[in-house]
Design a binder for this molecule. Sequence first.
Ligand SMILES: Cc1cc2nc3c(=O)[nH]c(=O)nc-3n(C[C@H](O)[C@H](O)[C@H](O)COP(=O)(O)O)c2cc1C
Length: 188
Amino acid sequence: MKKIRIGTNVFLPMPVVLVGTEIGGRPNVLTAGWVSRVNADPPLIAVSINQINATPEGIRENGTFSINLPTAAMMGVADYCGLVSCRYTDKSDLFEFFRGTLIGAPMIQNCPLTMECRLIDTVELPTHLLFIGEIVGGYADENILNQKIPDINAMKPLILTMPDNAYRTLGEYAGKAWSEGTHLARGT
Ligand SMILES: Cc1cc2nc3c(=O)[nH]c(=O)nc-3n(C[C@H](O)[C@H](O)[C@H](O)COP(=O)(O)O)c2cc1C
């Protein structure tokens, strides 16, 4: 197949998350797609947040944040949290929050999977701040657990694609990871 150079504004599919912080003592929620697990042990997650947003103030103030996975049914409120800043519009009454062990990392009751994170490093990028947090506690709704593991189908996460700026739901199960390639192993 002929390859066509398409420039540099290219992306991978991303899960949509809601980043929870406390700013001036009030909960705030920012929608983010630029998020990923980045270390195994300790469990680290990184989220990249534009410096113009209010959320970095909360993360730096408390040294904590939360990551919350909204369901597809929460698409409207998740989109809204990405459209307005708490600098101009209070978002603290959009959700019911619960707390784990950390101060400043409110988690969203309605999200089936949440995690409270302690900030361990901040990488200053030209437009964004890459916040790297250690997951100190993960929480899941009882009814999405399958043998104590969160069931991705039960969570119904939202997937963000760019640059077409679309929300999607997960596709079909395709195969077992770390297993589908074993038949290609060559003898040593
Ligand atoms: C689907 C979606 C994904 C987004 N992803 C990010 C992101 O990864 N990083 C970021 O800084 N802003 C992202 N935004 C924009 C912020 O959520 C938005 O600027 C928000 O209003 C900032 O809120 P705050 O000022 O209260 O912190 C996203 C918005 C949407 C709708």
